[in-house]
Design a protein around this ligand. Sequence first.
Ligand code: FES
Length: 133
Amino acid sequence: MTPAKAGTSVSEPAAPAGFVRAGLLADLEDGLPTGVVLDNGERVCVVRRGDAVWAVHDVCPHRGFALGGGDVVGEHEGAPVVECPWHGAHFSCATGAVLNGPCTDDIPTFPVQVLGGVVFIGARRSAPGTEAA
Ligand code: FES
């Protein structure tokens, strides 16, 4: 990395409208679900695979524990499947759908944009099947 010259600063891209900075792509370990608390207070579990990043709510509906620190155990609809480290429920990072119990509830997902090596996360999407009629 080239150091910044005196009087200059290395600037990051601005957050897109409706998105919040979550951190640097380079700080995310590939394939390791990682819990992040955003500046807006959202608890998000981010999963990196190469240059792609997914984000789901970092609260397992089964007992309310974090998914961060769990494992990636497969793929669903082209996205990683996260295993809750507590009792083993599986969730699709693509849709938030629960794929394996003991949990029976889906989880919200979040849109992600990676710009200039910075990960930005947008507003929470409702879990499948929970939208108001
Ligand atoms: S807290 Fe996640 S499966 Fe129990």
